[in-house]
Design a binder for this molecule. Structure first.
Ligand SMILES: Cc1cc2nc3c(=O)[nH]c(=O)nc-3n(C[C@H](O)[C@H](O)[C@H](O)COP(=O)(O)O)c2cc1C
Length: 216
């Protein structure tokens, strides 16, 4: 499924209208609903070229900027790992593994290195946390980070691309923070892998609404 430009235009660039007027026609509403429900995590192993074009990437990051953001703090930033830095990132993954398991086998080390090389596009999502003036707690800022990440995944999905999140122990190490030059109150959240899906998984059963919604 892929949203057409007309759909995106209707959804993203609404003409002036009364607040109660629907944003778009029912067909587009259904399409957007399908978009939300059919997103799925695609493993980086199944993400192949082509990745997003420069124009698509711009739209993807603009979607991130539309995340809800209490206090308008933009408590997130995203670091695109350029192709030329992938090998170095692979070294960081390998060294992080050796740091925590000096007896790691060559095969395990190579598998760790591979994590940096798989998807056509690799982006680190960073949360900007720490004490700030005002009263927006960290948990609310983290919600905003998650929403920005979700918007990225949905934007990519809408373009017919696939996205997968990856994390792991290496992410939260001093070595990784240094590689990405994270500031004191910044936290690496996860990697966002984007590319063309070579294969999709069988859709998983989603939790039914009654299991997570109650009425007070
Ligand atoms: C912050 C975060 C980190 C994640 N890290 C990984 C990961 O390291 N490896 C992985 O296979 N999936 C990872 N995922 C994806 C989840 O496993 C996936 O969303 C879950 O299995 C549900 O599948 P779905 O997204 O297709 O509905 C991560 C998800 C989030 C929100």
């Amino acid at each position: 499924m892929s949203l057409t430009n007309a759909h995106l235009h209707a959804v993203c660039r609404p003409a002036a209208r009364a607040p109660s007027e629907p944003l778009c026609d029912t067909e587009t509403v259904d399409l957007v609903s399908d978009l939300l429900k059919t997103r799925q995590n695609i493993s980086p192993k199944r993400l192949v070229e082509p990745g997003p074009s420069a124009e698509q990437l711009q739209h993807i990051f603009e979607a991130a900027a539309a995340a809800p953001d209490h206090g308008l703090l933009s408590p997130w930033r995203f670091v695109v790992v350029s192709k030329s830095r992938r090998i170095q990132l692979g070294d960081v993954f390998a060294l992080c593994l050796i740091d925590r398991d000096p007896s790691a086998t060559l095969e395990q080390i190579e598998a760790a290195r591979e994590k940096a090389l798989r998807a056509p596009l690799l982006v680190l999502a960073v949360a900007k946390l720490g004490a700030i003036p005002g009263d927006i707690p960290e948990i609310e800022r983290m919600v905003s980070v998650g929403a920005a990440i979700q918007n990225i995944l949905l934007a990519a999905h809408g373009m017919g691309l696939g996205g997968g999140l990856t994390s792991g122990q290496a992410l939260h190490t001093e070595r990784m923070s240094r590689f990405f030059d994270l500031h004191q109150h910044e936290k690496a959240v996860c990697f966002i892998n984007i590319g063309t899906p070579s294969k999709r998984k069988t859709p998983r059963l989603r939790p039914t609404v009654d299991t997570f919604v109650s009425t007070l």
